[in-house]
Structures are given as C-alpha cells and as structure tokens.
Design a protein around this ligand. Structure first.
Ligand code: FAD
Length: 514
C-alpha cells in the first residue's frame, strides 16, 4: 500500500541522476524567451501555494510562445532523464507544477499572447494564452467587449492552462459545466514537441485528453473560450440551515431547475455552530451591517450549520422589482432557518473577484504564504448524507481553519471524453477543505495532512463513491485506482502523446522513459 496526500519523500534514484549540463542545453536552444538557472533551489520553480514541497529544478524558462515551448520539450527528449513542467501560477498544493532536476516553464511569460475576439456561428469566443490569468481574461473581456466567460473558479489568480488541466469549477458549474466544458479549441505542445491545434472534431483524442489531463499529454498554449454578454450586477444571498437533509434537498432543487428559472450561481458551505471567528457564524454575513442572530438557530441543533450561497445576475437597467421578485420567488421555496438570510448587491466583477479581497487580508495577516494542506473530493449524491454524518458532524466538527465547501453539480454538464474522473450518478457534490495553517498557534502541517488522510480513509472504509479533485497520489497503483476503468484510456493517451513521460512529472503518475 503506498502513501497518498503525504509530503513527497525524495527517491534515492532521483539524487543519483546525472545532472544535465544546463549551459550546453541553453546554448543549443535558440529561444525568443529567456532561461534562468535555478540551481540553488530558490525562486518560483521550487514553490507552490501548498507550501509543503520543494524540489530543485535545473532551470526556469520564460518562453515567448508555443515555438519556444516546443523547442524546450524537444531538447528534453534528447536527454535521458530531463522532464518538463509547465507552471501556471503555481497554485497547486502538492508540487504538481514542479520538476525535480528538470525544466520548469513559467507560462505566465506568455500571458499577453493571442487575446483575440472571434465570432463563430454567431457566438463570441476569445482566444487566450494558456498562461493568462482568469482575472485578466475577466477584466479585459468585460472592459473591451462587454463579454465574459460563462464558467469560473472561485478564485481567479489561476491560469487558463492550469484550471483546464483539472476541470475548473465554481457556482456556475451546475449550469454550464466546468471550464473544460466551455472551450472549443486548444493549441497544445505535446510531449513529442509537436504544436497541434485540436478540438472536438480535429485531433479530438488530444483535445479531450488534455482537458482534465493533469498536464500529462501536452502543454496548453492557447485556449478558445466561449463568451456571453457580461451582466452588470450580482444579487448575492446566503441562507443558513440547521439540518443537512433540508440543506441538501434545497441545494439540489436549485441546481436542477431549468436555466432562466434558477440562480446563476449556487454553492454551499459548512460552518461551525459557534461564534468562532474563522470557522463559525461570522463566516456568513457579507456586510458589516449584517447581524447574525444565533438565537434564531433551533434548539438541539448540532455542532455544524450549513449555508447555501446563491447569486442572481442582472443588468443595471433591469427594474429593481423584477430582481426582488425573482429572488424572493426562489427563496420562498427553500426551508432555511427563518431570519438567517443575508444579501448584498455588488458589481458582477466584484463578485467574481471576491476571494481576492480575502487574499489581501490573509496577506496582511501574514498567513497567505503559510502551508495549505487542502483536500478536495467529489462525492456521489447517494453518499453525501453518510459523508455528512461521518465527516462534517464528527471529524471536522470544530472546523478546518478555513472554508469547508459543499455543493452539487450535474454530471450531464461534464463531457466524459475528457480525462476527468467522477463518481457515479446524475448528481455529485464537491467537498473542499480549504485549510489555512497558523502554526505555531495551530496544529503542525503534518497533523492536518494526517487528518486529510483520515477523511479519505473513512470514505474508503464506508465504501463511499468518491474521487479526489486535484488528485495527488504517490504511486501508480493509487493512480490506477483513482482512474478505475478509465486508466487504460489515460495510459494509452500518455503512450501516444508523451511516450517518454517528459511532461508534468510533479503529478507522479508516470516515470520518465528513455
Ligand atoms: P499550476 O499549479 O501552476 O499547475 C497545475 C498543473 O497543471 C501542473 O501539473 C502543471 O504542470 C499543469 N499546467 C499548468 N499550466 C499548464 C498548461 N498551460 N498546459 C498544461 N498543463 C499545465 N480550482 C477550481 O476548480 N475551482 C476553484 O474555485 C479553485 N479555487 C482555488 C483557490 C485557490 C486560492 C487556490 C490556491 C486554488 C484553487 N483552485 C480552484 C485549484 C486550481 O484550479 C488548481 O490548483 C490549478 O491547477 C491552479 O492553477 P495554476 O495556474 O496555478 O496551475
């Protein structure tokens, strides 16, 4: 049995690897971009948001575009052991964008490339670089064209290539699917160093392989993203539940309503039933004028509460009464705790950039750069009540020092030709434990990592149908179990598109082949 969700323990064979002569590689490459030797293990190539792993790359390369990326991959292929990791914005948790003794490509250097608006069959699309940040895509699309992508992540300081390599999910996923369901064409540099344009109809195996492909089959240098008119405003509402059954029935009802009859964004989270600043009631109000009145919580309520968070988008020209009516018609059908309803009106961009405001506070408090032992799981609807009993109500009943998200998504909005694996059933939930660490005031990181492992272990013991999102495993046996009956497809895609296993070594799925 190999260990998962654990700090990476360096293999001996990694240390005994011959160190490639980086200067001769640099000389042989004729890049438009630049190369930094990072032999001392400092700098961004050895860092990520998780803050729990650090391995030394041979060089950090800032390509000018796809041609440079292809040259780098081809140079690596000539060596017996070099690997190549595309680094988006390094917001992985477990070193997924690192390359031990390999070449790290800083995709951010290509962020300005493309950015071209197109109309295809009457619909607007934007071509952006794989190294563009979603925040910049939002700002530029809204300000230059009054348009916006349909499907988001909660936090936008992530690259297009980084989220498309996983899925890219948020409160719009129930309606439009993950971000991987909202791109129609990619330009990809494969593990053979070929620059290939792919879509549903052209090189489709590469297109679907790369989407959710954990960087294993190619480096995304351009993505074509479907756009829609950007709304102006967001009516942002939170309602609190004491009972999980009421919460899950209502949140599933909201995501199952037809488009145009529901909210534009639906998420949910678990909070501790206490006045704890980080984990408890103060998490719910969105405005200093909001007061959370705990006397409204029914007596005999347990250790945790649940919150549904929804948004209705609208235009400034919409009469206020139509917004009020639509919101109250929907809320009127829900069984939240009377009086525990909070709402604000913010601009559309302000809503989408809401986590950035939290980032600024965490940076000011000095905790943003601390380790983040996060755990994300997809859990089948049929097992979410069991998960609530075993995990929310027991293992994490005192909170995790950060948000605990739980909300449903519809499987039919996901394309099963992509590389993402999901639990069975028409509806499944994302559950995210977004832990922050405040050691030495709080527990050591190792203890929190062990708690994550315990959660996964409980899911296994209880036979719950689940998959890790942003998965991280240490050995191929575990990866095989993760992919289940999709493993042979995944392996075949690797054999075809990256036969020497050069790409994304930080995922630890395949070993470099000569
Ligand atoms: P990196 O961490 O740099 O890379 C991730 C992986 O993708 C690596 O294996 C890397 O080699 C590969 N990769 C990077 N760029 C490319 C490319 N151009 N082509 C091919 N492979 C590439 N996820 C959600 O779905 N929803 C959320 O709401 C959400 N919120 C988050 C909030 C925070 C604060 C953080 C830290 C993460 C969040 N995530 C969320 C997770 C995030 O989507 C993933 O961690 C994603 O991989 C990070 O993007 P990145 O650009 O930093 O990628």
């Amino acid at each position: 049995e190999c260990l998962e969700l654990e700090r990476f323990v360096q293999d001996n064979d990694v240390e005994s690897k011959p160190v490639d002569d980086i200067s001769s590689i640099c000389k042989s490459l004729d890049l438009k971009g630049s190369i930094d030797c990072v032999c001392d293990g400092s700098g961004i190539a050895a860092k990520d948001f998780g803050g729990m792993q650090s391995v030394r790359a041979l060089a950090l390369i800032r390509p000018a575009g796809a041609e440079d990326v292809a040259l780098i991959v081809k140079a690596a292929a000539l060596s017996p052991n070099l690997t190549v990791a595309a680094r988006g914005n390094g917001h992985s948790i477990n070193g997924q964008a690192m390359a031990d003794g390999g070449l790290v490509i800083d995709m951010r250097s290509t962020k300005e490339n493309h950015f071209k608006l197109l109309t295809i069959n009457g619909s607007p699309y934007i071509d952006v670089s794989g190294g563009a940040l979603w925040e910049d895509v939002l700002k530029r699309c809204v300000s230059e064209f009054g348009l916006a992508p349909r499907s988001w992540t909660d936090y936008l300081n992530l690259t297009v290539g980084g989220t498309l390599s996983n899925a890219g999910i948020s409160g719009q996923t129930f309606r439009y699917g993950p971000q991987t369901s909202n791109v129609t064409e990619l330009e990809v540099v494969t593990g053979k160093g070929d620059i290939i344009t792919c879509s549903e109809t052209e090189n489709s195996e590469l297109f679907f392989g790369v989407l959710g492909g954990l960087g294993q089959f190619g480096i995304i240098t351009r993505a074509r993203i479907l756009l829609q008119p950007a709304p102006d405003m967001a009516r942002w509402v939170r309602v609190v539940y004491a009972d999980f059954e009421d919460f899950s029935r209502d949140v599933e009802f909201l995501v199952s309503l037809p488009a145009g009859e529901s909210f534009d964004y639906v998420e949910g989270f678990v909070l501790v039933n206490s006045d704890d600043l980080v984990n408890g009631w103060p998490q719910v109000p969105m405005d200093p004028t909001h007061k959370f009145d705990p006397t409204l919580i029914p007596p005999n309520t347990g250790s945790v509460l649940y919150c549904i968070e929804v948004v209705l988008n609208y235009r400034k020209t919409d009469p206020p009464s139509t917004v009020d009516e639509a919101v109250s018609r929907l809320l009127g059908q829900l069984a939240f705790v009377k009086g525990l309803k909070f709402e604000v009106d913010v601009s559309y961009a302000e809503f989408l950039l809401r986590v950035k405001a939290q980032e600024e506070v965490a940076k000011a408090n000095g905790i943003w750069d601390n380790p983040h032992p996060w755990l994300n799981l997809f859990i089948s609807k049929s097992h979410i009540a069991d998960f609530d009993q075993a995990v929310f109500k027991k293992l994490v009943k005192d909170g995790v020092g950060g948000p605990m998200l739980v909300y449903p998504m519809l499987r039919n909005k996901w394309d099963n030709r992509t590389s993402v694996v999901l639990p069975e059933g028409d509806i499944f939930y994302i559950v995210a434990f977004l832990r922050s660490t405040v050691y030495p005031k709080g527990p050591e990181v190792e203890k929190l990592v062990a708690k994550n492992r315990e959660i996964v272990q409980v899911c296994r013991e209880k036979g719950l149908d689940f998959k890790l999102y942003l998965p991280q495993y240490q050995c191929q046996e575990d990866w095989k179990r993760h992919f289940g009956n999709q493993w042979s497809r995944f392996e075949e895609r690797k054999r075809v598109f990256d036969p020497m296993a050069i790409l994304a070594p930080g995922q630890k799925i395949f070993k470099r082949r000569v």
